[in-house]
Design a protein around this ligand. Structure first.
Ligand code: CTP
Ligand code: MG
Length: 227
């Protein structure tokens, strides 16, 4: 395929503290990873690279096979690294030769709607830019210095970044080769390399499961979902 989706699932889930690496924690009847992959396999057809903790590769393969159904030939599972950035790099190294556009997605955003993947792919195809799904910032944001408020920030200038973030494969690979420090997302790696990055609408359901409260919210949404 000319498309790929790298699902990073190699984190330890320190803040969730659920006794297992986050992607392998239960959510409803399945793991967080399985839910994330169910969304991925309802997105436009792509090579799917799952980046798992080194000692969970077999488990990730099982989840991926179940989510993929008759498309399990599209799945590659590789071991991740110590940081998210290293895990993405491991995923990039596993891309097939014909892939031209790559999405990078957090397994922890387990309930991301398939339309978001389609929207990001379409915007990359249309612009050639890096593309980030974003939500408006709702809270009033303050600049602080210790206990003091030192200023305000115009929230119209701000957006909250989600995943999947999409890129031309050549640009993402080149930007990762140039990255000389740790970045919190792929768009920052690509922007640092001097490439243009644009936005599309994100989705509230794409929130990242980080804390036990987030997991409870995901459980609640799953129970309430029709079908
Ligand atoms: N991730 C990864 N490899 C790492 C660190 C993170 O693949 N070395 C992935 C996580 O599995 C997750 C996504 O990056 O899907 C976003 O990271 P985060 O929410 O911070 O997950 P964790 O690092 O697992 O959680 P924590 O920071 O609480 O330990
Ligand atoms: Mg982390």
């Amino acid at each position: 395929p000319r498309r790929a989706i790298i699902v990073v699932a190699a984190g330890s889930g320190t803040r969730l503290a659920a006794g297992a690496p986050k992607a392998f924690v239960g959510l409803g009847a399945h793991t967080i990873l399985r839910h994330a992959l169910d969304g991925v396999f309802h997105a436009p057809e792509a090579q799917v690279v799952v980046v798992a903790p080194a000692d969970r590769v077999g488990e990730a393969e099982t989840d991926a096979r179940l989510a993929a159904g008759d498309r399990s030939d599209l799945v590659t599972v590789v071991a991740g690294g110590a940081t998210r950035q290293q895990s993405v790099a491991a995923g990039l190294a596993a891309l097939w030769g014909d892939v031209e556009v790559v999405l990078v997605h957090d397994a922890a955003r387990a309930l991301t709607p398939p339309e978001v993947f389609a929207r990001v792919f379409a915007a990359v195809d249309e612009t050639g830019w890096g593309i980030v799904p974003v939500l408006p910032v709702i809270d009033t944001i303050k600049r602080v210095d210790g206990p003091h408020i030192t200023g305000g920030v115009d929230r119209a200038e701000l957006a909250a970044a989600q995943t999947p973030q999409g890129f031309r494969r050549d640009i993402l690979t080149q930007a990762y080769a140039l990255a000389d420090r740790d970045h919190t997302d792929d768009a920052a790696v690509v922007a640092q390399a001097g490439h243009q990055v644009g936005v599309v609408d994100g989705d509230a359901a794409s929130f990242k499961i980080t804390t036990p409260e987030d997991l409870a919210r995901a459980e609640h949404l799953l129970r309430g979902a029709p079908g």
